[in-house]
Design a protein around this ligand. Structure first.
Ligand code: MTE
Ligand code: MO
Length: 374
């Protein structure tokens, strides 16, 4: 059984699938912490969790314009330590809402396939420079990553990012060995994963075994035939995965996390408390969150936003928001809607009909919930 050595998981992680394990925490718990505790951080595994022993671990670096390097965990720890706060969000976060338009293929994620942590490790740019990266080599365009987790045909999980993101110090890509000040938990890539801040979860390769500088993107299934967006008319008979670029930076998103959809809420002094998160990819900061309590007919700005101090274009973490909504006497139910605005003044699309795609990715329309009042 390839799943015999899986780690234990917190009971609060609701499985979207068990083998491989995929789980998200309850939304109300998720937004209690600006920095998600390790045991509540959502888990997205495509394959069995590899059982990596620290003393056997090596990271191989090779490819165009670099010398081959073979690094132990101790070698990686010799590079200057760098810490960033970054959210990781799955490309399929909030898929279960898009599905209501028309079925899609993919795990039925709620809105909690996103979490936020501080990550410490070596800068990928430092490691590539130690490998003698020749920045005048114009052939080199991508950095590929391979995990130590293998599919049944012995192919590893893989992904790639553009070389510019890897070499520019502003990109802050790190080979992380600590998550919130502790060694990485096995589910999150022990002993080393790459954190590509501002970029879709799928490129943040866990159990990192190999880094390859290349003229081409990773040939892995997840880079080539998955995690890509398409127009709403494209179906499984007409789709051509080679026609769409692989998702890298994610668009702006937000969600109402507390109360939950369908809940009955008790009024306090004629008001209810509402909490949620907002996030944008590419280091764009959340500058505003708008809320509606009449299904989107009227809007106002949420007063309280909480985030780490990082600014655009290095705002890699998420923003938590909270507000109180006044409820007119005698109201029995409310339709709450939220949308966020990022530092490029991007905002979310109004509905899922216009952004529907067959894989259910980039599912970032206004978040709507209905609640009952007591
Ligand atoms: N890395 C490896 N080696 N194997 C995987 O299955 N899943 C990816 C990414 N890195 C994956 C991986 C996907 S799709 C996501 S969304 C993130 O890891 C999830 O990271 P987390 O489990 O730490 O939340
Ligand atoms: Mo993902």
């Amino acid at each position: 059984d390839p799943y015999a050595l899986e780690p234990r998981r917190h009971v609060a992680l609701k499985p979207a699938s068990k083998t491989p394990f995929n789980g998200e925490p309850p939304l109300s718990l998720l937004v209690e912490h600006l920095i998600t505790p390790n045991e509540l951080f959502f888990v997205r595994n495509h394959l069995p969790v590899p059982d990596v022993k620290e003393n056997e671990y090596t990271l191989e670096v090779s490819g165009l314009g670099v010398r081959e390097l073979s690094l132990s965990l101790a070698d990686i720890k010799k590079f200057p330590r760098h810490t960033i706060t970054a959210a990781v969000q799955c490309g399929g976060n909030r898929r279960s809402e898009m599905v209501k338009v028309r079925p899609v293929k993919g795990l039925s994620w709620g809105a909690a396939a996103i979490s936020n942590a501080t990550w410490t490790g070596a800068r990928l740019s430092d490691v590539l420079r130690a490998a003698g990266l020749d920045e005048t080599n114009t052939e080199a365009k991508h950095v590929q990553f391979e995990g130590l987790d293998l599919d049944p045909t012995s192919h590893p999980f893989g992904a790639s990012i553009p070389l510019w993101k890897a070499v520019e110090r502003i990109g802050e890509v790190i080979l992380a060995y600590e998550m919130n000040g502790e060694p990485l938990p096995r589910d999150h890539g022990y002993p080393v994963r790459v954190i590509v801040p501002g970029v879709v979860g799928a490129r943040n390769v866990k159990w990192l075994g190999r880094i390859i500088v290349s003229d081409v993107e990773s040939d892995s299934h997840w880079q080539q035939n998955d995690y890509k967006g398409f127009a709403p008319n494209v179906d499984w008979d007409t789709v051509d995965f080679s026609k769409s670029p692989a998702i890298q930076e994610m668009p702006v998103v937000s969600a109402i996390c507390d109360p939950g959809d369908g809940e009955t809420v008790t009024l306090v002094d004629g008001k209810i408390n509402v909490k949620g998160y907002a996030y944008s990819g590419g280091g764009r900061k959340i500058v505003r969150v708008d809320i509606s309590s009449d299904g989107g007919a009227s809007w106002r700005e949420v007063e309280t936003l909480e985030s780490d101090a990082a600014e655009h274009p290095k705002a890699w973490g998420w923003t938590l928001w909270k507000t109180q909504v006044e409820v007119p006497k005698g109201t029995k139910s409310l339709d709450l809607v939220v949308k966020a605005v990022d530092s490029n003044y991007n905002t979310q699309p109004e509905n899922f009909e216009n952004i529907w795609n067959l894989r259910g990715v980039l599912s970032h329309a206004y978040h709507r919930i209905s609640i009952k009042l007591k």
